[in-house]
Design a protein around this ligand. Structure first.
Ligand SMILES: *Cc1c(COP(=O)(O)O)cnc(C)c1O
Length: 227
């Protein structure tokens, strides 16, 4: 018999609690971002009904089509952008998201700053690091990351609160999580968004403050995502 998304959500929460305990971290120190990309409002509603409030989407346009209506039904939703951002979507992203995890170049930083002032909205910002230096993945190179965070703060006037990464598939993620943790220390950022359905438990000992879990809650996605 197949489980429901709500049952899987409860299992993921329990596994996060167990991993926190195993890593001797305080209960509740790791936030669950439920990644609802490609799923319809009807699939998301039961998960909201079960009390989950933090969600991740990878496309501005898709999130804009689904979430304004869901936010009218459920209060306290916190929406994270976890996919690449184009500067021509900065206005929409600032209007829609509470956390933008994918700041990765000066052009985006500048566009976000301008929109944040214009709209008088202050989404929390994370820098995405291309932790495995993969050409096809978005993000700033690891060795440039701390300097980019400094530029965001000093040249663009943006408060950067976290780092985000997606390790290479089919490799042990531990060394990549360790590297992101080290860069966060150098850059002086407190939040670490790392770990997905297949490896979130392994990100928790390396200091993940949020994990982004999609298919382990919502099930298999029909469409393959762009990297
Ligand atoms: C899709 C996606 C996830 C969730 O992936 P799952 O393997 O389904 O948990 C997490 N982070 C990012 C950036 C994604 O695009």
């Amino acid at each position: 018999m197949s489980e429901t998304a709500v049952q899987r959500l409860e299992e993921i929460r329990a596994r996060i609690r167990a991993a926190e305990e195993e890593a001797r971290r305080p209960a509740g120190s790791v936030e669950l971002v439920a990644v609802s990309k490609t799923f319809e409002a009807d699939d998301i509603r039961p998960v909201l009904g079960a009390g989950q409030r933090v969600f991740g989407e990878n496309r501005v346009q898709e999130a804009g089509a689904k979430w304004p209506a869901l936010r009218e039904e459920f209060t306290g939703v916190e929406l994270h952008l976890i996919g690449p951002l184009q500067s021509n979507k900065a206005a929409e992203a600032v209007a829609l998201f509470d956390v933008i995890e994918t700041v990765d170049r000066d052009k985006i930083a500048g566009a976000l700053k301008k929109e944040m002032e214009r709209q008088n909205r202050r989404p929390h910002l994370y820098v995405q690091v291309d932790i495995g230096e993969e050409a096809q993945k978005a993000g700033i190179a690891p060795r440039e990351a701390a300097e980019f965070v400094r530029r965001c703060r000093e040249s663009h006037g943006l408060a950067i609160e976290g780092l985000m990464c997606i390790p290479p598939v089919a490799e042990h993620p531990g060394p990549y999580f360790a590297l992101l943790q080290k860069i966060a220390g150098e850059a002086g950022v407190p939040k670490l968004s790392m770990g997905m359905s297949g490896d979130f438990e392994r990100a928790i000992p390396f200091g993940a403050t949020s994990v982004r879990v999609g298919s382990a809650i919502f099930g298999h996605r029909a469409a393959k995502d762009p990297a």
